[in-house]
Design a protein around this ligand. Structure first.
Ligand SMILES: *Cc1c(COP(=O)(O)O)cnc(C)c1O
Length: 354
């Protein structure tokens, strides 16, 4: 497939590093590709970032047939640009595609197109500490049709936005609360899929948590509402005794690439890591027994997010006196050192762009 490139002749000014925030500023170019039954995926192109006009009837608006990914490009101290485990993102993208009846993409071609796009936008990759270029591949169903079935046409696009440091002043442990009023996903559903509807389903619980003074919701399983699943857009890990424990991938938890990286690193350091069911009662009992020393989330945006306080029904526990624990800190330091090229990466984790 031939990638065509049309350059913008109106380049936007680049924002100052302290004005970046998250997800509000977009670069000059984007990637687009279309799907039809006759042509398959076709017409891959990099072109100026622009709104696209679609019919109000396109299927993604009505039935949510769409998927996305999230990853980042990092600028190293030497000025090179690199991606962190992008093949895993495109693999997961195709997994999500299968679950939503979206035709699969050629993963190698998608990575090639992404690298070309990032190369064109290389000046948009910020260099201040902790900043990066966030990458959002997305596929939406575009048939103008109100019947319920899988669409016959799709648009695959990739947009980029420079993002600020998540922790400009060092780790900031968050307060999270368990909800029993809402569930995010159930076995056999779409919880393990990066699709828009999971986020739609999480908003109301998230708003209630904010009103109660918490940053995020810790979701329990949708069947028994007993076992811990994940937090908002992060997986969750616990240090209990000398073990790193995290819920096993049961089909309703998103298989995070950061989660996988955390487990691989911890294992390589000789830390016992266990993926299993873990009930919320067990977490509170471990705290009671003095065995629960750390809780933290993992995800692309924050890398590691220490949890300082956890509320469940009428009980609240504090973890690590509001400080980040040593394992959370070590994992954060190591993963960001790998991402920014300060230390050698395990095999295949770093994909240079240029
Ligand atoms: C993307 C996502 C994660 C984290 O995945 P990473 O690959 O580590 O960024 C966790 N939970 C949900 C619901 C997600 O959408």
């Amino acid at each position: 497939m031939q990638l065509t490139i049309t350059r913008s002749n109106q380049l936007k000014p680049k924002p100052a590093a302290n004005k970046l925030g998250f997800g509000t500023i977009f670069t000059d170019h984007m990637f687009n590709m279309d799907y039809s039954v006759e042509k398959g995926w076709h017409n891959p192109r990099i072109e100026p970032y622009a709104p696209f006009v679609v019919a109000p009837s396109v299927m993604v608006f009505h039935y949510g047939q769409g998927i996305f990914e999230g990853l980042k490009a990092y600028r190293t101290g030497k000025g090179q640009i690199q991606l962190f485990r992008p093949k895993e993102n495109f693999k997961r993208f195709n997994y999500s595609a299968r679950k939503l009846c979206i035709p699969p993409i050629d993963e190698a071609f998608a990575l090639h197109a992404l690298k070309e796009l990032v190369k064109i936008e290389r000046d948009w990759v910020p260099d201040a500490p902790g900043t990066s270029l966030y990458i959002r591949p997305t596929i939406i169903a575009t048939d103008p049709f109100l019947g319920v079935r899988a669409s016959h046409t799709y648009r695959f696009f990739i947009i980029l936005c420079p993002v600020g440091a998540y922790y400009p002043e060092g780790f900031n442990p968050v307060k999270i609360m368990v909800t029993r009023e809402h569930v995010r996903a159930v076995r056999g559903g779409l919880g393990d899929t990066k699709t828009m509807g999971n986020y739609a389903a999480s908003l109301l619980a998230g708003e209630k948590a904010h009103q109660a003074g918490f940053t995020q919701v810790l979701w329990l399983d949708g069947v028994e509402q007993k076992y811990v699943e994940e937090v908002g857009s992060m997986n969750i890990l616990f240090v209990i005794g000398n073990e790193l424990v995290t819920p096993m991938l049961n089909g309703s938890i998103l298989p995070g690439i950061t989660r996988d990286s955390v487990l691989a690193l911890a294992r390589s350091w000789g830390i016992k890591t266990i993926e299993r069911r873990i009930s919320i009662d067990e977490v509170f009992a471990a705290h009671q027994a003095g065995a629960l020393t750390e809780i933290f989330g993992s995800g692309t945006a924050a890398v590691i997010s220490p949890v300082g306080e956890l509320k469940y029904e009428d009980k609240t526990i504090k973890v690590g006196q509001g400080q980040s624990g040593p394992l959370a800190q070590r994992l954060y330091d190591t993963i960001t050192d790998i991402q920014y090229g300060r230390v050698a990466a395990p095999m295949g984790w770093i994909e240079p762009v240029d």
